[in-house]
Design a protein around this ligand. Structure first.
Ligand code: FES
Length: 111
């Protein structure tokens, strides 16, 4: 997450920029399949965070929940605890977190 004003002049992908050729991004589809919806603000943020978080995991970035930082991190290491830690910046009191974790886990299993 970042302040938009800090990225003046830079390219920014929004939720509308995820689909390709009329096909939803796999994370968008997984949120539909797993009923991971929150309000119109939170759903977009959760999906964008999930997309970025999966890319970070693919790049081998560990998180505060990573138990062994001495070996390269892989997408297969994205446990529910890892997903929750990496998505922890998205706060809401309206629940649905279990379905969001399920949606992200489903995408990582297919990656
Ligand atoms: Fe958006 Fe709770 S779902 S504030």
């Amino acid at each position: 997450m970042t302040l938009a004003a800090m990225h003046d002049g830079q390219q920014i992908t929004t939720i509308e920029g995820l689909e390709r050729d009329g096909q939803l991004h796999p994370v968008q589809q997984a949120f539909i399949d797993r009923d991971g919806f929150q309000c119109g603000f939170c759903t977009c943020g959760q999906i964008m965070s999930a997309v970025a978080m999966i890319e970070e995991a693919k790049a081998g970035w560990p998180s505060a929940a990573t138990t062994d930082v001495t070996r390269p991190f892989t997408v297969a290491d994205l446990s529910a605890a890892e997903i929750r830690e990496r998505m922890s910046g998205n706060l809401c009191r309206c629940s649905c977190y279990p379905n969001i974790v399920d949606a992200v886990a489903e995408v990582t299993r297919r990656s």
